[in-house]
Design a protein around this ligand. Structure first.
Ligand code: MD3
Ligand code: FE
Length: 198
């Protein structure tokens, strides 16, 4: 039974250590094909580095946010790791596979400001998020801007499912806790976010 915070379902320690290690290896292969980059937004350079797997990858530059069919370097995005797809089908109960698995990498000082995920065509599809490496302080707000927020530390192996009304809540990562996990040799935090795009 997941923890429920404002409709966000959190599955603490859904992935055990061996599963986390196997996933990190699969992500190494993803990054070898599709290197991490730091997207530019209207607000400036993001502190989070990212890449994607799947049919689409998330991208941002001076023209705004969007999904792209190719990596900024030119090639196709690699396939979404099989273990991630299996987890998606297990937790969502859907037959439909996600179109995009966004890979966010947080160094010691990286953060992600409060935002909504609304670049997808249909918000009735859930979003699944997997945390790996150092703890991240996840802040959950409201569907509208402003108001009270709640925070929870996400640890390595935790999975969050955003379904129903929680799909459009404002959310972000205030900071990570450097050195809190031994999973990643170079430290930091990885978050995977799977979405149906179109
Ligand atoms: C709540 N990533 O990539 S994951 C993002 O940890 C993003 O990297 C954060 O927000 C991270 O857009 C948070 C948890 C998450 C992901 C998607 C959501 C929470 C969400 C979509 C709707 C509501
Ligand atoms: Fe988000």
């Amino acid at each position: 039974m997941p923890l429920n915070i404002r409709g966000v379902e959190i599955y603490p320690q859904q992935l055990d250590r061996p599963a986390q290690e196997a996933l990190v290896e699969e992500l190494r292969a993803v990054q070898a094909v599709a290197p991490l980059f730091s997207p530019r937004t209207r607000g400036g350079q993001m502190s989070v580095r990212m890449t994607s797997a799947g049919k689409y990858g998330w991208y941002s530059d001076g023209r705004g946010y969007r999904y792209e069919s190719t990596h900024p370097g030119g090639g196709d995005w690699p396939a979404i790791p099989a273990s991630v797809l299996a987890l998606w089908h297990e937790l969502t109960g859907l037959d439909r596979a996600p179109d995009c698995c966004l890979v966010n990498y947080y160094g010691d000082t990286a953060r992600m400001g409060l935002h909504q995920d609304r670049d997808e065509a249909d918000f009735s599809w859930p979003v699944m998020s997997v945390s790996l490496g150092d703890d991240g302080l996840f802040r959950i707000g409201n569907e509208t801007r402003g108001g009270k927020t709640e925070s929870i530390w996400l640890a390595s192996g935790d999975v969050a499912l955003l379904t129903g009304p929680s799909r459009l809540v404002h959310h972000g990562i205030d900071r990570i806790r450097p050195g809190s996990s031994t999973l990643l040799a170079k430290g930091g935090r990885i978050n995977l976010t799977c979405r149906v795009v179109d």
